[in-house]
Design a protein around this ligand. Sequence first.
Ligand code: NAD
Length: 472
Amino acid sequence: MHAREQLYIDGKWIDSLGKGSIDVINPATEEIIGRVPVGSTKDVDKAVVAAKSAFDSWSKSSVEERIELLNALSNAFKERGEELAQTITSEVGTPIGYSRVAMVGTPRVVSRSYAKILEDYVWEKEIRNSIICKEPIGVCAFITPWNFPLHQIIGKVAPAIAAGCTMILKPSKEAPLSAFILAEILDEIGLPAGVFNLVSGHGSEVGDYMSSHPDVDMVSFTGSTGAGVSVSQSAAPTIKRVTLELGGKSANVALEDADPVLVAKKAIGACHQNSGQTCSALTRLIIPESMNKQVCDIIAEKNDSYLVGNPLDEETRCGPMVSLRQQLSVTEYIQSGIDEGANLISGGLGMPDGIEKGFYVKPTIFANVTPEMKIWKEEIFGPVLVITTYNTESEALKLANDSIYGLSGGVWSKDPDRAVNFAKKMRTGQVSVNGGSFNVSAPFGGYKLSGNGRELGTHGLDEFLEIKSIQL
Ligand code: NAD
């Protein structure tokens, strides 16, 4: 049992001024496996005072000190890697192999990438008669979701440390446990008191209060588009900087000359990773009409044998949904696909065969999906792939861009130049060509309702800096 009784504020573990606690539930067993305090607005006030007072000296800390701390953070993720992977698997339900790589390995590499960026980052330059200086923005509030809990935190904490900012983190209530391990690590590696503060609690109270707090200079939010709107509204009166990483409904497009077998084989993993609970998942597959039968046959067969089960089994590819709420929501989407007349070619309603407990759904594939259908338009956030066909490349582009979101995407073609040309026309923040892999140094973020601002790499660091011009 991970029982966390205190919050981490100003370099100390202290009692929360709020009432009660939040239970953390293992979605594979439905058992309570942890508990964190319900923080209050008074706790946020304390954390903001600590962050504000630490900013004076931390903003002037040397680049060498920040590099050392970021490398120490990365090393600590390696040392406590198995504990972190097991903890995140127990709260999110992510298959353990994927947890080790994506939930812990990526934060380790991201922390180190910021140490590397700092080695030759240009803080000052001259433009004609001006000196242009980059300076840390100040006190930052971070509000994060449950699906990649540590990765989404480190995408904010590591560049904020690199920039010289101080911060207050509110993790999700579904998967807050890795944030408490992170606080222990930051304390152990000697991050000065007040630079990082942790207040767990409810979004509507702690998250909203952080967003509106006059002494917070920036809020960086990752989560649903609806909550992102609310954070932006709360932040508006104090004109703080707001960066948002929100939802997605990303298109995966096979051009006419793509290899249908490769497209079909890769499409399932690109949609179902982390049980489909991935904001950048490629959830809409767009293929030439001529490929329809071949691609659908392969995908249906592979999806039928996609291994769903206990996330602690090394063989498992798909674990449960994170919560009962998420299980019900994904089930409603599957029902809506059936009701609206999409062609259900694999999966469907009910629990996967042989599983009786846990918040599971069947990985599901719908073919012949049309743009009016809800399952085409809305983010399902579960292992549900929708497939549609086209006759001309301009039709394919129109379908790809037919979304309120624009977070990620994929293009397949035997001719990489043709694929890149198509990728440039997609209204989205990231595109993978022929399965090109995730790059922790490339900017990540969305067009349209998928958000504002970028995380990761140098672009992610720039978000935490103010720019000053001094005229001579
Ligand atoms: P959510 O919006 O419900 O919650 C995210 C965080 O916001 C939580 O910490 C929550 O407590 C807090 N919150 C909720 N309402 C708030 C409010 N009014 N004011 C302040 N804080 C509030 O999202 P979720 O269900 O935890 O996560 C799933 C969503 O996140 C999906 O839509 C997914 O696409 C998106 N997401 C986006 C990215 C990205 O990088 N673009 C990454 C992961 C998840």
